[in-house]
Design a protein around this ligand. Sequence first.
Ligand SMILES: Nc1ncnc2c1ncn2[C@@H]1O[C@H](COP(=O)(O)OP(=O)(O)O)[C@@H](O)[C@H]1O
Ligand SMILES: [Mg+2]
Length: 269
Amino acid sequence: MPAVIRLDKITKVYKVGVEEIRALDGVDLDVGQNEYVAVMGTSGSGKSTLMNILGCLDRPTSGVYELDGQVTTQMGAASLARVRNECIGFVFQSFELMPRLTALKNVELPLIYSRDGWWNRRKRAKAALQNVGLHDRIKHRPNQLSGGQKQRVAIARALVANPAILLADEPTGNLDSATSVEILALFEELHRRGQTIIMVTHEADVAKHAKRIIRMRDGRIVSDLPIEKDVLYHVSPIENATPGENGNGKHTNVDVMPTATAAQSETLV
Ligand SMILES: Nc1ncnc2c1ncn2[C@@H]1O[C@H](COP(=O)(O)OP(=O)(O)O)[C@@H](O)[C@H]1O
Ligand SMILES: [Mg+2]
């Protein structure tokens, strides 16, 4: 699997007065094409700093960042902006849509520097909205959309330029649980279609949709495991069991009955 992202000994030090904060403290990381990675860790562990560096929104203090075969850490501002525009799609917790623009115009924005004419840009933006199930909301402005719909617009905007990676920092952080499930289903669909996804979350329920779990503490990666080997996978034995083991393969409330039999499950779901 070719690496899309390669980080080598990345550090990020913030100076606040005389104090130095090591937000990232020697991070090595390879992410291959079509991986679906969740980055977990307590508040202040460096997750957003890592995402901002991966997204070329910020530069590391030291270390090397290679994105899609290009060493970004040696690039000037203009090249970095081009790489960001062509290779990265970003989704934020707070959507970050332009309030006065329609969904369609919001999604068209990243194409402003593309060589496409306006007709093609519009066509691509419409297709991106169609891909997230919002073809019937293209003329709505953000305040005329629900939270989940706003996040769908943001995802369409992130993907309209076909980026190599989709970065999502707490993408379900402002959504209720039913809407979060919808957005996670959309991520899963994008992953199936080949999209590389890196998502930050502090919620186990969200992270367990990913295929690889990276855990951070004090600016370092302290664990990096496929989902099957991470503790997350083992906290919900029934949910993760094969259909034969719990009789129906449906989601079951594990906290209530960790060792339920098939017959018991039938009565409780
Ligand atoms: N712009 C900044 N200036 C100074 N310190 C910062 C800045 N951004 C983040 N930090 C500090 O860096 C550490 C990591 O922050 P962050 O990456 O936002 O963590 P997380 O997203 O995991 O909550 C924290 O101690 C935070 O206070
Ligand atoms: Mg954060």
